[in-house]
Design a protein around this ligand. Structure first.
Ligand code: 0L1
Ligand code: MG
Length: 254
């Protein structure tokens, strides 16, 4: 376990990388972090954002596909936090120079409608969400050349950098819906089944992680359930995520 002082130093290093748009080497080059250390650095990073006036508006899950878990050699999802500064309006503009090397993922979002009591063993997480929507997540690893370890990415708030949510609609079963991501000239197609087999499982995985990591889940917050395809580079021009039956959400890079 690393010291509180080093936790603060590493959080500051990642925060500076994000705010200056200059990448940083893997924390694993020189430091041995375990997963608890990594979440502590993430908390330090969030504290720095809050000190600048940002508000937590949601949570996100990462490594929700078998392919990504296998690539990272892990069998657990990771969780990060979304702030109001990361929010982009549906159809809104995104300045590419505000990031280091941004990529975009097509996702499904849920809206939490009541505070979740993490200590209530009988809590029904599915009844704590009242709406869902197609979503885009912008990820922007702060690590040089995308070279990072499992603990690195957790410390880096799971690469969270931006998100846009399409029109909310009532929650329905979307276990295997076609998903299309267009990002400039590139396109990726997939299925919501890539998100833990069914995006609703992301809610249960989130509850488990929130209990283990004491992450509050509050009414009004957004949950990004995970990516339905591999990420594409965020490019100038139109980026669109379309989920069959749910609709679409766009942003415009410039
Ligand atoms: O799936 C996710 O949202 C986590 C992304 C973290 C890894 C990356 O930056 O590629
Ligand atoms: Mg994601």
């Amino acid at each position: 376990m690393i010291s509180a002082e080093l936790t603060g130093v590493l959080a500051q290093r990642l925060d500076t990388a994000q705010t200056s748009r200059r990448d940083t080497p893997s924390l694993a080059d020189g430091h041995e972090l375990d997963i608890d250390d990594a979440y502590a650095v993430q908390a330090g990073l969030l504290a720095l954002r809050k000190a600048r006036g940002e508000r937590i508006v949601g949570v996100k899950l990462g490594f929700t596909s078998k392919a990504k878990m296998a690539q990272m050699g892990v069998c657990d999802v990771i969780v990060g936090r979304l702030t109001d500064a990361m929010r982009i309006a549906d159809g809104g503009e995104v300045e590419l120079s505000g990031f280091i090397h941004p990529k975009v993922e097509p996702e499904v979002a849920y809206r939490i409608c009541r505070d979740v009591d993490l200590d209530d063993p009988s809590v029904d997480i599915e009844s704590c969400v009242d709406a869902m929507a197609p979503a885009l997540e912008i990820i922007d690893s702060r690590y040089r050349d995308f070279r990072f370890t499992y603990t690195d990415v957790v410390a880096d708030n799971t690469s969270a950098a931006g998100f846009a949510i399409g029109p909310w609609r009532p929650v329905e079963d979307v276990c295997d819906r076609a998903v299309r991501l267009r990002a400039g000239a590139e396109e990726a197609v997939g299925s919501t089944a890539a998100i833990l087999g069914d995006p609703v499982r992301a809610l249960h995985a989130l509850l488990d992680m929130a209990r283990r990591r004491r992450i509050p889940l509050c009414a009004g917050q957004v949950v990004l359930a995970g990516a339905a395809t591999a990420a594409l580079p965020l490019a100038a021009g139109l980026t669109e995520c379309e989920v069959a039956g749910l609709g679409s959400v766009t942003v415009k890079g410039y």
